[in-house]
Write a protein that binds this ligand. Structure first.
Ligand code: GLA
Length: 730
């Protein structure tokens, strides 16, 4: 009796909480939360703007509460939530439940009033565990970012199990998840799956090189399969370069519960009294004009906020890798520089193979870790070739892979305790190398010093290609305490960011390309510090169409490096015409990666013209709006895309024949994003001969014609391709 009396007293003593509405908005979108009478933060809406959200105050759910709660604002393991919890904690008293109740929220404008920041403060109903949800609403870009801060004010340590950055419940008739998967040299393949009940997850447990297979990003088409131009789509990505997990859980109420964040896999995180854990940001947006709207919103956000140095044109380049591999001397390099200068390229990148003396880097089997110039190959040092490159009018770039060590290296002998390994177990290598333990501050110092020392080799170094050619496995850290080994995955990634932070303080202008066996580190966590990615090691133009098509759904073209290489292609053996290779590469950040000496005069002349033509439209490629016109997955035999500048005065349109369908067939590319009321002069650029691929070359068209009727270039044979420039005329 006494007990039930107390219980009654407690219930009666609960103050009645006035329901609060929290409206977060951008120019076109709203995200609405509210509290219920028990003080729980509930989720109401994400999508098109609702100017008057007041009905959410009185909205009733017909769901019986013993069936489970309506979706909360941030789901936890506790109360009546039975879904995958966004937050799961073992509290200091052993309690496994968390029930967050609303405390307060604040909203303010940042960054020239373009960013509305909302902080919603929550607290566990029983214990002093504080959780803040920080939501940033980017007004013009119509993008939302969300991160969570978890503060332990309990009497002693707590353990975090799930600590996702976002939880987003969605209600539609049907759900079509579009995500990206692949492998080395076939990254970012687009897959669509209709979701059924249960959980579909996209994840990585590799620790690093995490985007080599799947990518921490998605597009969710509501009600119908995804279309480029029509329909409701929610899309997003996670800004994290470590293990990630994105869950899509369809429950019995037909609600799709999305949670995304750091992967809980083997990653229990201990939080001492007084400590705070901050999650990475999840980034998401909504479009009711199909997938194209998602990409354009994300690209705008990326170019304004998400990518390092977003407003600088990325230079065209010649990379030495496929042209020289490990086999070069000074003359090989200076000849390549001469050729690059002659073709009009702007940067020369010396790839792998330039370092190591006791263990020379003449293959992938030795030298990683020993970042001193190999005096046999380059007796006059880096400065000699970097200065030579500079005298020729090019910038100079260099390759490093600072997180790695070959067993055959001075470093491996000097610092065995820096190597990631499980004591007493095998130490498997991948590509003959081990991983350094970036959770260790000494290793962070070392990696910073690798970058710093390499930069000191010459004042002419302005570009660094940062590679990472293995992932983590058989994990163990000599630095972390035995009962903190599960911190490894998180502390590694944080260590990586610490190093990049330090590098950016000292080297704010250096262009950094992230490469991890190609596209293994394509994520908004790394891009916060870096200008571009090596989209893939696969340089075959046909493969590249699919890889770049996938990558640019989420990441803007300005970051996607795309190199023209030799044929037969070294990865696929495919033979494509040089024009096709250039036309594909010039829809990204154009570069070259071959031995120019092996090109004949005709091909060199063509390359010169292609590079010059690219320079005339690359501002559109890097800063324009992407409109995809024909998908390479549609099986029609064509691929087409375009970039349109913000005031719709200029555009560049690309068309490719990617499989032969019949000599009588021509494509009909209906152009998008143009102003129907403007007139445009159409010119084919990068032509192989004087002959044009389109009867309309040199003609003036109305925007309306180009939108409604489109263009029908003569692309009939395999690997025919064409690039058109459109410029407004009065
Ligand atoms: C990785 C990269 C390549 C090249 C080699 C060098 O495979 O992805 O671009 O730099 O390493 O060893």
């Amino acid at each position: 009796m006494l007990y039930s009396g107390n219980l009654l007293f407690n219930i009666q003593a609960q103050p009645k909480i006035e329901p609060t509405l929290i409206t977060i908005s951008t120019e076109e979108l709203s995200m609405i939360f509210g509290t219920n009478s028990a003080g729980t933060l509930m989720f109401h809406h994400f999508g098109n703007k609702i100017n008057d959200p007041s009905a959410f105050r009185i909205k009733k759910s017909y769901r019986r509460s013993d069936y489970g709660t309506d979706p909360e604002g941030y789901s936890t393991n506790g109360g009546r939530n039975f879904r995958e919890p966004a937050l799961r904690i073992t509290h200091s008293d052993g309690d496994l439940n968390t029930e967050l109740i609303y405390q307060s929220h604040t909203q303010r404008l940042l960054e020239d009033s373009n960013v509305q920041e909302t902080v919603i403060r929550l607290k566990d109903r029983k214990l002093p565990l504080l959780v803040n949800i920080t939501v940033k609403a980017f007004q013009k870009e119509n993008v939302i970012t969300q991160s969570i801060q978890i503060e332990n004010q309990e009497l002693s340590e707590i353990v975090l199990h799930n600590y996702y950055s976002m939880y987003l419940p969605v209600k539609a008739e049907r759900y079509f998840l579009n995500s990206f998967a692949g492998d080395w040299a076939k990254e970012m393949g687009l897959e669509e799956n209709q979701l059924t009940h249960g959980i579909k997850s996209i994840e990585s447990k590799k620790g690093m090189r995490t985007t080599r297979t799947e990518n921490p990003s998605f597009l969710l088409s509501l009600n119908a399969p995804m279309d480029e131009n029509y329909g409701e789509v929610i899309g997003g990505a996670l800004a994290w370069s470590g293990n990630y997990k994105l869950n899509f859980e369809l429950d019995e109420f037909g609600v799709l519960n999305i949670s995304a964040g750091i992967n809980p896999f083997a990653s229990e995180y201990h939080l001492k009294k007084g400590e705070t854990f901050a999650t990475p940001e999840a980034i998401f947006t909504y479009s009711n004009v199909g997938a194209g709207g998602i990409s354009r919103n994300l690209h705008d956000w990326a170019r304004n906020y998400g990518v390092y140095d977003p407003l600088t044109i990325r230079p065209t380049l010649l990379n030495s890798w496929e042209g020289a591999y490990f086999d070069f001397d000074e003359k090989t390099i200076t000849d390549m520089v001469d050729d690059a200068a002659e073709m009009g390229l702007e940067l020369f990148v010396l790839d792998d193979g330039w370092f190591g003396n006791n263990y020379p880097r003449n293959g992938s089997g030795a030298g990683l870790g020993d970042w001193q110039v190999n005096i046999k190959k380059l007796p006059r040092g880096i400065d000699y070739i970097a200065s030579y490159t500079s005298e020729k009018g090019l910038k100079f770039g260099i390759w490093i892979e600072p997180e790695m060590v070959n067993p055959k290296s001075d470093l491996a002998i000097a610092h065995p305790d820096w190597i990631v390994k499980s004591n007493g177990r095998d130490m498997p290598t991948i590509r003959n190398q081990w991983l350094l333990d970036l959770s260790n501050p000494d290793v962070q110092d070392f990696i910073f010093s690798v970058f710093d020392n390499v930069m000191q080799q010459s004042s002419h170094i302005s570009y660094v290609k940062w590679d990472a050619n293995r992932h983590a496995e058989s994990v163990g850290s000599a630095y972390l305490d035995d009962n903190r080994q599960s911190h490894f995955w998180i502390d590694y990634t944080k260590g990586f960011y610490n190093v990049l932070e330090r590098i950016r303080v000292k080297y704010p202008e250096t262009i950094i390309q992230t490469c991890a066996s190609g596209g293994g580190r394509v994520d908004y966590g790394a891009l916060k510090y870096t200008q571009e990615v090596r989209t893939s090691d696969n340089t075959d133009a046909l493969s590249r169409i699919f890889i770049q098509y996938g990558t640019n759904f989420i990441y803007p073209t300005i970051v996607t490096g795309s190199n023209v290489s030799a044929v037969p292609n070294h990865q696929t053996n495919n033979v494509t015409p040089l024009k096709f290779r250039f036309d594909v590469a010039m829809s990204g950040r154009l570069g070259m990666e071959l031995q120019p000496k092996d090109m004949n005069d005709e091909d060199r002349e063509f390359a010169k013209q292609a590079i010059a033509d690219y320079k005339s439209i690359r501002d559109l490629v890097m800063f324009g709006d992407l409109y995809r016109i024909a998908s390479p997955y549609d099986n029609q035999g064509y691929y087409s895309l375009s970039y349109v500048d913000k005031d719709k005065k200029r555009a560049v349109v690309y068309g490719y024949c990617i499989s032969y369908r019949g000599r009588g067939l021509t494509p009909k590319f209906k152009l998008r994003g143009l102003d129907p009321d403007k007139k445009y002069l159409l010119k084919e650029i990068n032509k192989l001969t004087k002959k044009s691929n389109f009867w309309g070359d040199g003609q003036i068209f109305s925007g309306q014609y180009l939108i409604e009727e489109g263009i029908n270039p003569h692309l009939q044979k395999m690997y025919d391709s064409a690039v058109f420039s459109l410029v407004e005329v009065e």
